[in-house]
Design a protein around this ligand. Structure first.
Ligand code: G3P
Ligand code: CA
Length: 245
């Protein structure tokens, strides 16, 4: 494990349209050691990377991802909502991102977005894809849907899981251990220094989200977290460089 994972939230989403290949590629140029992204499923069962269940905010069309075929979805413009320079950007498939990170040692945090839409068979499909690409060691699966993470663990014990949560939990490391998760991904206001230390003592890492302000990043580093999920990986990378001097 590296000292501190710099995990780009939806790619370099401060400077590129979130969850696009441009955002993922740029995040690596900006010093990210990891990429976080959101997985949804099309009507014909393809895994695609988009945050919302619907296309209206970033997908250049109306409608739900679950009701759109992969071919239809690939005709949509996922870039121009952000800036005209990104016109023509596509909603990526999971495999496109696998191709980018394979062989690079980049940590890949796949968030399963199956809390609002219960995508049938999503866990099986994600795991099969990870195994096909031999990315078991590079991937961490996370979700707010903890039952889904338990299902993933049963299907593939070798793939790490991490619990996403918004509010403080009582002994989150105990809960994580019960679910055989090796990571906690709390909202930044839901962590305490004691929980971070206790989690680590149980072999569980803590990566808070989404931390963009350097002073807040510093506070998290001082709390002893092992990684930070951020829209601005370059800001965290420079903060860590200053530390290393
Ligand atoms: O994985 C951390 C964070 O991405 C969870 O919230 O809404 O940005 O997907 P959201
Ligand atoms: Ca996410």
């Amino acid at each position: 494990m590296r000292n501190m994972e710099i995990i780009a939230h939806r790619g370099a989403s401060a400077v590129c349209p979130e969850n696009t290949m441009s955002a993922f590629e740029r995040s690596l140029e900006l010093g990210a050691t990891g990429i976080e992204t959101d997985v949804q499923m099309t009507s014909d069962g393809r895994l695609v990377l988009i945050h919302d269940e619907t296309l209206s905010r970033t997908g250049g069309a109306e409608g739900w991802v679950k009701d759109t075929t992969y071919d239809q979805l690939r005709t949509r413009d996922a870039g121009s909502w952000f800036h005209a320079d990104f016109t023509g950007e596509r909603i990526p498939s999971l495999e496109e991102l696998f191709k980018l990170v394979q062989g690079k040692g980049t940590l890949l945090n796949l968030e399963l977005k199956n809390g609002i839409v219960s995508y049938k068979g999503m866990e099986e499909k994600v795991i099969e894809a990870i195994q096909d690409w031999n990315l078991e060691q590079q991937v961490v699966l996370s979700s707010f849907n903890h039952a889904s993470l338990v299902r993933c663990k049963r299907l593939a014990p070798e793939i790490r899981t991490a619990l996403l949560y918004m509010e403080k939990l009582y002994r989150p490391y105990d809960y994580a251990a019960k679910l055989e998760a090796t990571g906690l991904h709390p909202y930044k206001l839901a962590i305490t220094q004691e929980d971070v230390a206790a989690a680590l003592a149980h072999g569980i890492v803590t990566y808070p989200f989404t931390v963009n302000d350097p002073a807040e990043m510093q506070a998290m580093i001082d709390m002893g977290v092992q990684g930070i999920i951020t829209d601005v990986p370059d800001v965290l990378a420079s903060l860590l460089t200053v530390h290393a001097r």
